[in-house]
Design a protein around this ligand. Structure first.
Ligand SMILES: [Zn+2]
Length: 318
């Protein structure tokens, strides 16, 4: 038995209401950092899905163990999947630049991880003094700073005063907002950091997709118990971005093969208790399944269905 984790009750991260109904429950199926059963509730005011109660700030080191995949991404992922990822990153960069008028934007990556995008932009010819990153892992921040990037350790709301206001041409926050304790204030900070006409690119799980409905009660990979604290859909993101004085330009639904694979893995291991079979459902290693679900999601999105990965592009009005 692991020691109980310390939890606190919170209000909705979008509208602040404390009126909610139970929605889903599950355990930390991926990293087994505790034995607790966690609960996702649905806000009765705005429909936001949020973890309640959730671990206190002092438990963050426990729920993000050193083995957490984003700290070890290049080592944890199958080399073939890594090559596919590089190809997708290239396309991603091209799509970001299609919204910009300049060649060498001042750039901020919130939750920059190992600095992959900072390096890709540097290779495109953008000088390091224009490449900023924020990350909560001090070791990563030190390493990126020693390479000459402008990297800061902590939360966006705490770091905002240290950054030049109204000066960023492009800010990206990919698969981060769902982890934050205060998504509302964080978006407002980013809005103040953008220069008028600057672009924000946001990617986060979408709580309104077929795989969520299929695995709704607790096995959906996107719940990522207990690390995803708020799960949004398109109307909720539109509301948060508008309230942060940003203008939404577009929404897109991107492939999300990892959530399909994890959902199946959790259901097989914990619902049916076929542990051996479940082990082969590894979202970082199983190339046939990754290809299958990527193609499936691309097809679904082309046919007009929502996937469980939503991208929002917003602009700060001039
Ligand atoms: Zn709410």
């Amino acid at each position: 038995m692991l020691e109980p984790i310390e939890l606190e009750s919170v209000n909705c991260g979008v509208c602040g209401s404390d009126r909610s109904t139970p929605y889903a429950s599950g355990k930390d199926y991926e990293y087994r950092t505790s034995d607790e059963i966690f609960h996702i509730v649905k806000c009765q005011e705005c429909g936001n899905l949020y973890l309640n109660p959730r671990p206190i700030q002092q438990e963050l080191d426990r729920i993000y163990p050193p083995s957490y995949y984003s700290y070890n991404y290049d080592k944890a992922v199958h080399p073939l999947a890594l090559r596919a990822k590089q190809w997708l990153d290239d396309r991603k960069l091209k799509s970001w630049f299609s919204h910009l008028k300049m060649e060498k934007p001042t750039f901020l990556d919130v939750g920059c991880g190992n600095g992959r995008y900072l390096e890709l932009l540097y290779r495109r010819g953008i000088p390091k003094y224009k490449l900023y990153g924020i990350e909560t892992n001090l070791e990563t921040v030190d390493r990126l700073n020693s390479k000459g990037y402008q990297t800061y350790c902590g939360n966006i709301t705490d770091i905002e005063p240290e950054l030049p206001p109204e000066s960023f041409d492009l800010i990206v926050m990919l698969q981060v907002i769902e982890h934050l304790d205060d998504p509302r204030s964080s978006l407002q900070s980013l809005s103040r950091l953008l220069r008028p006409g600057g672009i924000l690119v946001l990617e986060t799980p979408n709580s309104n997709s077929a795989d969520v409905k299929l695995f709704r009660q607790g096995f959906w990979g996107g719940y990522h118990f207990p690390r995803h604290w708020n799960l949004f859909d398109r109307p909720l993101l539109e509301r948060l971005l508008t309230e942060a004085n940003l203008e939404v330009k577009s929404f897109r639904f991107l492939p999300s093969p990892a959530f399909w694979i994890l959902s199946c893995q959790h259901a097989i291991a914990n619902g049916w208790r076929w542990k051996k079979i479940a082990r082969s459902f590894d979202p970082l290693q199983n190339i046939p399944l990754l290809s299958l679900f990527t193609s499936f999601d691309i097809l679904r999105s082309r046919l007009g269905f929502q996937t469980s990965n939503i991208q929002a592009i917003a602009i700060k009005p001039e």
